[in-house]
Design a protein around this ligand. Structure first.
Ligand code: TYM
Length: 349
């Protein structure tokens, strides 16, 4: 089992259309895990060959909650290196850091002025992240989805082209708000922005915590056995999988009523490239011990090439800097065109 097998599975997307674009991003907070990989990055690696693609590291989103400056700087580089290690090719896609392209912050201000508070009040992620401490949460955390809308809409092209946003299912609401924002802008000022489509994979859009299969695997969860990180060693992966919460019942099969098992089987499915029937057949007459052993094997082997490339990227002096400088330049050029149209349409430019 290698990463290549992962990348051979068919992409579930519509007709790419002419001159279509892709934009997505990840926050450089905490450690990237297999949920980020299976729900988002894996699809990016496939889509980059069909669409003009932009992948950013969204450090301005990271600061909506307090961050240590040195750690933020390091995490930003780590995420960039992981994009490349996972198979985003800097010769094909533009990889850049959000704060290096100031157009994102500028469009965010403009869209803030056009976004009704009621839309933001409905965002479930704000409620989760503010954790009941609404009075103390930053204004940035509240308007977070507007910055995300700006990230996306800046790459819709001039004139507007089909625009896709490959994400896990927790981001669907944000992409829908982006769509509403684009449609509202176009109604008020003319056809300038491209309303985007979220692309959510049929499998892997919501990988659950190993220690709590009722909660999404998340970078911010602190539990030692919660998630498998992309840079975890095989030994750590083994320990985490061996402690994964399972459900009563013996038979190994895809059964939504057994969420712990279902989650492990979904991870197995995505890393092994096998379908449900094949997997259930393989494990006939076997129990959790066999599944966990095999799963440890496919996950460790599946991540091995990524980890090797990660090390190579980090070890090559100046490489990451040059990729990010070139990515920022290209992203700036492209986003400046859309921002220019927005400003002209509104009487600002
Ligand atoms: P973030 O950093 O939380 O997550 C990055 C991507 O990983 C997906 N994801 C998951 N997929 C499956 N299972 C999981 N357990 C899981 N956890 C996370 C997320 O859906 C996402 O695709 N707001 C965004 C960052 C962002 C962005 C953007 C995304 C800012 N601007 C523009 C797309 C386009 C976020 O917090 O993602």
């Amino acid at each position: 089992m290698t990463n290549t097998a992962l990348q051979e599975r068919p992409v579930q997307i519509g007709d790419p259309g002419v001159g279509s674009r892709v934009l997505s991003g990840i926050m450089p907070t905490g450690d990237l895990h297999i949920g980020n990989y299976l729900g988002a990055i894996l699809n990016w690696t496939r889509m980059q060959h069909e669409h003009e693609s932009y992948f950013c590291i969204v450090n301005l989103h990271a600061i909506t909650t307090p961050q240590d400056p040195a750690e933020l700087r390091e995490k930003t580089r780590e995420v960039a290196a992981l994009y490349i290690a996972a198979g985003i090719d800097p010769k094909v896609s533009r990889i850049f850091v959000q704060s290096h392209v100031h157009n994102h912050a500028e469009l965010a201000w403009i869209l803030n002025c056009l976004t009704p508070l009621g839309w933001l009040e409905r965002m479930t992620q704000f409620k989760e992240k503010a954790r009941g401490e609404r009075e103390r949460a930053s204004a940035g955390l509240f308007t977070y989805p507007v910055l995300q809308a700006s990230d996306i809409l800046l790459y819709g092209g001039t004139p507007p082209r089909p625009l896709y946003v490959p994400v896990g299912d927790d981001q669907k609401q944000h992409v829908e708000l982006t769509r509403d924002a684009a449609e509202r802008f176009n109604r008020l000022y003319g056809e300038v922005l491209s309303p985007p489509e979220p692309l959510i994979p049929k499998r892997g859009a919501r990988i659950m915590g190993l220690d709590a299969p009722d909660r999404k695997m998340s970078k911010s969860e602190k539990g030692q056995y919660h998630g498998i990180r992309l840079l975890d060693t095989p030994e750590v992966i083994r320990k985490k999988i061996s402690r994964a919460v399972t459900d009563p019942g013996q038979e190994i099969r895809f059964d939504l009523a057994r969420p712990g098992l279902y989650n492990l089987l979904t991870i197995y499915e995505l890393f092994s490239g096998q379908d449900h029937e094949q997997i259930e057949r393989n494990f006939t007459g076997q129990g959790y011990a066999a599944l966990k052993k095999e799963l440890t094997e496919v996950v460790s082997e599946g991540l091995r090439p990524l980890q090797e490339r990660y090390k190579a990227v980090r070890d090559e002096p100046g490489y990451l800097e040059s990729v990010l400088a070139e990515g920022a330049e290209r992203a700036h050029e492209e986003s400046a065109r859309v921002l220019g149209e927005v400003k002209r349409a509104m009487g600002l430019g």
